[in-house]
Design a protein around this ligand. Sequence first.
Ligand code: KG4
Ligand code: ZN
Length: 360
Amino acid sequence: MKILSIETSCDDTAITIFEAKGGMQNAVFRVLANNSNSQIKIHVPFGGVYPMLAKREHKKNLPIILEASLKQAKLEKTKKPVNAICVTYGPGLEMCLWEGILFAQDLAKKWGVPLIPVNHMEGHILSVFGKEKGTFKIQKLKTPILSLLVSGGHTQLVLVKDKKMSARGGSALGGDYEIIGETLDDAVGEAFDKVARMLDLPYPGGPEISRLAETVQKSRFTLPRPMIYSNNFNFSFSGLKTSVLYLTKKLGKINKQIKAEIALEFQKAAIECLVYKTRKAIEKYKIKTLIVAGGVAANKHLKNEMKKITNKKIKLLFPAKELVGDNSIMIGIAGYLNYIKNKKKVSKLGSIKATGNLRL
Ligand code: KG4
Ligand code: ZN
């Protein structure tokens, strides 16, 4: 069947058209069209995403991206180009989510096809299977699966329990999702962005900090690792961020060398917290597969540290470089798998509501 997926939860407007077939464990996807528009440049002067502007850009760009995608898939002259539409309905910025939902509802009505609501975080988990072009398959993964979700809005450790252990069978991966730990304050990506601002680096700060950190070997500074030894799987990044603020205030005017050393120590501290808790969870739940996803999964230091703790004994999956950030490929994967698993529950037109704080 043909699927069209839409993502507008934050500052990326994205549409993918797929040909998808097969069941939960062996689905195959062929990308017929994939187009997106990143709004980063527009938000740079604000040092972060400005929701009203993001909403306006989604509204403006959705019809343009749809037209380009239908043309690319050679479906522009077809009356009913796809068999179903998937759309992100949360979590994210509600006014942005609504733009995607309303657009998807109009299309679903016009084409007379079902609408599949998708949880953006489930999309990130499933992004590890995707490719931007061509054909890809769902791999069968050994359970229990642990997922570390790290983005600008989230820092969560999510357990995908064994199918047999699951009472509800809620996920597209076949088990139940359980959030076993999460940040109690800032998300790790948010901390990267805020620290970058303190160091006069542009938005988004994550890639800037990691680039700067790579220019030095060691740091003369020591920053705290909040909650690292707490007896749970939660995180906290606001204290770490505040420590950088005090440090930069104390130092006054700082040169590039000092900035790079602060970036290195901050990155090391933040990632040490993520890695330590992930390792504890792997041990406790006897994890067989580890999925790391979300924007911060682009961080090279994080990837290297995760390779060390899994040491080829645990299957380690990261998304392809192009699918680390927000995209509509991951929304299509999650939508299709949920659709074939649960056709009856697929939304009746008009019943999807943007849910900013939607949980897995
Ligand atoms: O998943 P994402 O694209 O958007 C959502 O927040 O949903 O994640 C964006 C976040 C930003 O905070 C950005 O600074 C961070 O991911 N990020 C990174 C890196 N690349 C992006 N953080 C650390 N290191 C990176 N290389
Ligand atoms: Zn995201």
